[in-house]
Design a protein around this ligand. Structure first.
Ligand code: LMR
Length: 395
């Protein structure tokens, strides 16, 4: 059975952590995966999560199955968090299922699109999260790219993006990042979202919005601006969201796939199609993370505490953006890295080449993705000097 297998290269993001763990360098830094760390380099369990978890332990009476859609309380509350008090919810056009993380949501979204349109195509930004291509290909879709980032000028290439999306055939899917674009950190402005939403409506391409970082850009409400506008503009769309980052529930694997149909009746049909897609994939989603999130979002006190904790994470990351830029200057770097402070969320593209990325790893034990994406969330006052010095040396 296995004799013809060839070894597969390590995952471009997760593989870095394996190498990092095996590295004994005392100053090693892992800027690979998008995982929040505090100033001490620790990924904490949020206090509100601990409190909600304790409440669940005290109150939970059964571990019996829920169903393929997961907890309806979680589903309703996460849809309200993502979409706000939106008319599509009041019009009963929204159906949400719990999924194993945001990745699970994307996979289910991909399979739903393939079910609607065998051999369908999804367009993703160039660049995009390294796993998008694999997830959608595995779901049976053809993946194509539209331009997004101007590598030369370190900014959004909005003109090229719009020109490319104008050519997308009606009914092809287009993946958009709701906020904190992964990997570039460059987000659409409100005006640009307006233009893209109108384009989706006029051309008829099908928007799939990936919202993995709500709260890490400008705020929980602000970061949802684009997805809510899109839901207001088009009749149908999919939203894939994740609780990994903003609730710090990475290993619990909890996210949501929210589908908006053009009517309540269509939404019911979509839901009936989603359930067997889940059934043949993993039957039912994990429940623990969903229980934590629904407990937090169902309590005014815990929600307020969570808002504060998300703000703290966001503020720390933004502080590190500025500190890194300052330290690069202090270490004699003359190249302009000020674009780092204009980017949003966990990531930034340093804009250094693959050879320099490799040197950072080989000579300095600093692990970053080959595209030169760095996770700002892993920078801390204790490692920023070493990081800036090392970057200065490879430049
Ligand atoms: C990332 O982009 O680093 C995160 O979303 C973690 C992952 O699963 O890749």
């Amino acid at each position: 059975m296995f004799s013809q297998l060839e070894p597969h290269p390590a995952d471009p993001i997760l593989g870095l952590t394996v190498k990092f763990k095996a590295d004994s360098h005392p100053e090693k830094i892992n800027l690979g995966p998008g995982v929040y760390q505090d100033d001490a380099g620790h990924t904490p369990i949020l206090d509100c999560v601990k409190a909600a978890e304790q409440l669940r332990v005290d109150k939970e009476t059964t571990k019996a199955y829920i169903n393929s859609a997961g907890s309806s309380l979680f589903n309703d509350r996460i849809a309200a968090l993502n979409l706000g008090d939106h008319r599509v919810i009041r019009e009963n056009r929204v159906r949400t299922i719990s999924t194993p993380g945001g990745t699970g949501a994307l996979r289910i979204a991909g399979e739903l699109i393939r079910t609607c349109k065998s051999g369908g195509t999804i367009w993703v930004s160039d660049p995009t999260w390294a796993n998008h291509q694999g997830v959608f290909t595995a779901a049976g879709l053809t993946v194509k790219t539209y331009p997004y980032y101007d590598y030369e000028n370190k900014c959004l290439d909005f003109t090229a993006m719009v020109e490319a999306l104008k050519q997308v055939p009606a009914d092809d899917a287009v993946l958009l990042h709701a906020c904190c674009h992964n990997p570039s950190g460059m987000d659409l402005s409100q005006e640009q979202w307006q233009e893209i939403a109108e384009l989706a409506r006029d051309i008829g391409f099908f928007p799939v919005v990936d919202m993995a970082y709500q709260g890490f850009g400008e705020g929980l409400e602000e970061d949802a601006y684009g997805v809510r506008l899109m839901a207001d503009t088009v009749d149908e769309m999919i939203l894939c969201s994740s609780c990994s980052k903003n609730f710090g529930l990475y290993r619990e694997r909890i996210g949501a796939c929210t589908v908006i149909g053009e009517s309540a009746a269509t939404a019911d049909i979509i839901n009936s199609v989603l359930l067997p897609i889940v059934r043949v994939n993993y039957s039912m989603p994990p429940a623990h993370g969903a229980a934590i999130v629904e407990t937090i979002l169902g309590s005014g006190e815990l929600t307020a505490q969570w808002h504060g904790e998300v703000k703290n994470m966001r503020d720390r990351i933004n502080g590190m953006r500025q500190l890194l830029v300052d330290k690069l200057i202090a270490n004699g770097v003359t190249r302009d890295f000020s674009f780092i402070t204009a980017q949003k969320g966990m990531f930034s593209f340093l804009g250094i080449d693959r050879e320099q990325v490799q040197r950072l790893q080989d000579e300095f034990s600093i692990y970053i993705v080959g595209s030169s994406r760095i996770s700002i969330a892993a920078i801390a006052p204790d490692n920023v000097d070493y990081l800036a010095q090392s970057i200065a040396k490879v430049l």
